[in-house]
Design a protein around this ligand. Structure first.
Ligand code: SF4
Length: 277
């Protein structure tokens, strides 16, 4: 459980507990499930979740204590991805653990907590009773949408939840996805291809289309990675070998350049304007 994350869009990861149940095709090659098998620390599926240690739970308080110096060095707040080895809005997780998590979030107002779920239908009933009508200033809420069907199911649900930032993780992208032409839009969208053994392909055009939609509708787009050089346009369309492509594009797994540019935007400006309003 890394305290300083290698994930390009966060500074830290925090797992209040570990363990989850696969619920959609995006879970088929779940990194956390593979990790659970390697570590033997928790059984996957409809099995008890395992709360992480008290010492580990104190780590965000250290990040909070260092917030002023982080801001002085980086000119922005720290981001905490919660959770990489579980789902915060999992029905099988102990309610008191989630209550403790929200207490921790309350105690760390200078950290931006990025809560990402595949179960947005549970968010409203699992938020603390004092959740502000405009969202909590240090909580961004996100849903994973691995393809259009899951975006169409999950985004309308997430769009109804009060949050200063709502985001979509289109990763692993296993099918095309386009934003709606009407109605609310997410503030931020992360895209990325699947990596690892047996990874499913991501067509370069899917990334072009969703980034173009984001630019059209004012959504901050963050293209994280291609997952595999097989998906990278340098190989897929221009015929370079993986080694040749890697020399030109060393960003993320399988490279991350989208037609020669790095597309890595964040929605902070929107968050600041909401809080100031
Ligand atoms: S919801 Fe996330 S953590 Fe849970 S099984 Fe699916 S991919 Fe893994």
């Amino acid at each position: 459980m890394a305290q300083d994350s290698k994930i390009e869009w966060t500074d830290h990861t925090f797992n209040p507990w570990v363990g989850c149940t696969n619920i959609s095709p995006g879970c088929d090659h779940c990194y956390a499930e593979s990790w659970s098998k390697r570590s033997g620390l928790v059984k996957w599926g409809n099995q008890p979740r395992r709360r992480t240690s008290e010492a580990y739970w104190r780590t965000p308080l250290k990040w909070q204590a260092g917030a002023a110096s982080f801001m002085a060095r980086h000119g922005r707040r720290q981001r905490v991805f919660c959770a990489s080895l579980a789902d915060v809005f999992d029905n099988k997780a102990d309610k008191t653990w989630r209550r403790d998590l929200f207490d921790l979030i309350e105690a760390t107002p200078d950290l931006d907590w990025l809560l990402l779920t595949k179960r947005p239908q549970n968010i409203l009933k699992m938020l603390p009773p004092n959740w502000p009508a405009s969202g909590k200033p240090n909580v961004w809420l996100g849903a994973t949408a691995e393809n259009q069907d899951h975006f169409d199911q999950r985004w309308p649900v997430l769009a109804m939840v009060p949050a200063v930032i709502r985001f979509i993780s289109y990763e692993p992208a296993i099918g095309p996805l386009r934003l709606r032409t009407s109605g609310p839009q997410p503030d931020w969208l992360i895209s990325g291809g699947e990596s690892g053994h047996g990874a499913r392909p991501m067509h370069p055009q899917w990334a072009r289309d969703i980034v173009a939609d984001c630019e059209r509708f004012g959504v901050a787009a963050f293209h994280k990675q291609w997952g595999s050089f097989l998906n990278n346009p340098l190989c897929f369309e221009m015929g370079l070998s993986a080694k040749e492509a890697e020399a030109l594009d060393a960003h993320g797994k399988g490279g991350g350049l989208l037609d020669g540019r790095l597309c890595r935007n964040f929605p902070e400006n929107r968050r600041l304007s909401i809080i100031a309003a």
